[in-house]
Design a protein around this ligand. Structure first.
Ligand SMILES: [Zn+2]
Length: 475
């Protein structure tokens, strides 16, 4: 029985204001080649300066992943030629990465597992090639954008484990708020290293799979490559160390290039940048400012607000949603708040592609709607309808309910008058009720609500019909 041995290299673009070694703005989707200067274009004589914010971000990632931060570190040149890289080398950390030896716990099917983090290093991104029928253009806006590369130990074994780990990793990165973490825009990129062996035998030769732009593609590529390597070995062949490209649409991988060795890159220390020294005080300062991460927050939301663990998990899967929930829950019934967010608003968010926090339904408005429902001023159905409208339009909640006649009738006198006439007109049904037919009671309640144009509070109607039937035995 073969086992796959998997390690991943995950790149995140850091959302700093400026690039790693120059003052050009770091921004996605701007006009081509407008965010460039002599430094990020690699012009002769231009000198890089380290962006200290990027260094802080990298340290915070290291601490979030349980790493040790190296007190002295430096940058190195990784030489290779590619048109999207103006310098003809990438500035990276080949020898002394900023963070090492971490460990991340993640959950799969209710079981807690862990994977070691070998290292995290800081490096600059390349530009982007844009291929079209008329040829290829190069956009250097991305050249010099800070990246961190997180390298795990080869301690994963299945597609499911790898994706569960990547989800946990993305969640922590999003809680840190230092990267957009969007795979489809390339701000999170995953490369998979994979080999297969029989557990009692030495490790096999690994291949690297690139070009994975969704978790689904990661899972498919792992399954595909595991089977491919097993087949090669079973047929008496040898797995070749190479870099492969996975096509998720066709479900096949093809060779990109035979794997370069370390020597091919001619690594050497970057002469234009001084070594960096990181003090314990700096590390402590960053550590104290780390956010409360999702798994911890999930537990707190359960105990503090009394919501279910399943709801808390959904809410904390997005830090902004969790913040929104806490803002709503501080103003109204907490379980109802969780219920609305998980059942209604997440659905609305998917449909409209508008994030809850960017909708018109502020935490205050949602709490107002919930309070009106809990105090029986509006029905559950109305409360959902109003929330739905308030999500897309900047309405005043009370005004809207008033104008549309959606407030429930709660006046006991009005309700008992209606109930009385319904009861007196339905002698046969009242008789059925006396003979123990429970459906007869529901019918009388329904008729009373109908008589009040469907706007009466069902609880009060129930109470009034019940009182009336009991007190007028001879009715
Ligand atoms: Zn620049």
């Amino acid at each position: 029985m073969y086992q796959a041995v998997i390690g991943v290299e995950v790149h995140f673009e850091l959302s700093t204001e400026t690039k790693l070694f120059c003052r050009c703005r770091n921004s996605f989707g701007e006009a081509e080649n407008t965010l460039c200067c002599p430094v990020c274009l690699g012009l002769p004589g231009a000198l890089p300066v380290i962006n200290s914010r990027a260094v802080e971000y990298a340290i915070s990632v290291g601490l979030a992943l349980g790493c040790r931060v190296n007190s002295s570190t430096r940058f190195d040149r990784k030489s290779y030629f590619y048109p999207d890289m103006p310098n003809e080398y990438q500035t990276t950390q080949a020898f002394i990465p900023i963070c090492v030896d971490g460990c991340v716990e993640y959950e799969l099917d209710g079981e807690v597992k862990s994977v070691g983090i070998h290292e995290i290093h800081l490096e600059d991104d390349a530009g982007k090639l844009i291929h079209s029928d008329n040829g290829t253009r190069i956009n250097y806006n991305r050249a010099g954008v800070p990246l961190i590369e997180i390298v795990t130990e080869p301690e994963l074994h299945t597609a499911e484990e790898t994706v569960a780990f990547l989800e946990e990793l993305r969640l922590r990165m999003s809680y840190l708020g230092i990267s957009d973490c969007k795979m489809q825009e390339g701000s999170m990129r995953v490369d998979v290293n994979l080999s297969v062996h029989k557990p009692d035998q030495p490790l096999g030769t690994r291949t690297e799979i690139k070009n994975l732009n969704s978790f689904r593609a990661v899972a498919n590529a792992i399954k595909n490559e595991t089977q491919r390597q097993i087949k090669v070995i079973e047929n008496g062949g040898t797995v070749i160390q190479e870099t492969r490209r996975f096509d998720d649409v066709k479900g096949v991988s093809t060779v990109m290039r035979s794997k370069e060795t370390h020597e091919d890159y001619r690594f050497f220390p970057e002469p234009n940048l001084p070594p960096m020294y990181i003090t314990d005080a700096q590390i402590d300062h960053i550590r104290t400012n780390l956010p409360e991460f999702a798994s911890k927050r999930q537990k707190r939301l359960c105990t503090y607000y009394g919501i279910s663990s399943a709801d808390a998990k959904i809410i904390t899967a997005d830090r902004l949603v969790a913040d929104y929930f806490e803002a709503v829950a501080s103003l109204c019934d907490q379980r109802e708040a969780a219920n609305r967010i998980v059942r209604d608003l997440m659905q609305k968010q998917r449909e409209t592609k508008i994030h809850i926090t960017e909708s018109h339904l502020t935490a205050e408005k949602l709490a107002e709607i919930i309070n009106l429902f809990v105090s029986d001023r509006i029905s559950r159905r109305t409360s959902r309808e109003v929330a739905d409208v308030a999500f897309c339009e900047p309405i005043d909640v009370s005004d809207y309910i008033e104008k549309n006649g959606l407030f429930q009738i709660t006046d006991e006198q009005v309700i008992s008058d209606a109930a009385r006439s319904v009861i007196s007109e339905n002698a046969a049904v009242v008789n059925d009720y006396r003979n123990g037919k429970s459906a007869a009671f529901s019918y009388l309640v329904g008729e009373t609500i109908k008589r009040l144009n469907g706007r009466a509070s069902p609880q009060i109607v129930n109470k009034m019909v019940d009182l009336m039937l009991k007190s007028n035995k001879n009715l």
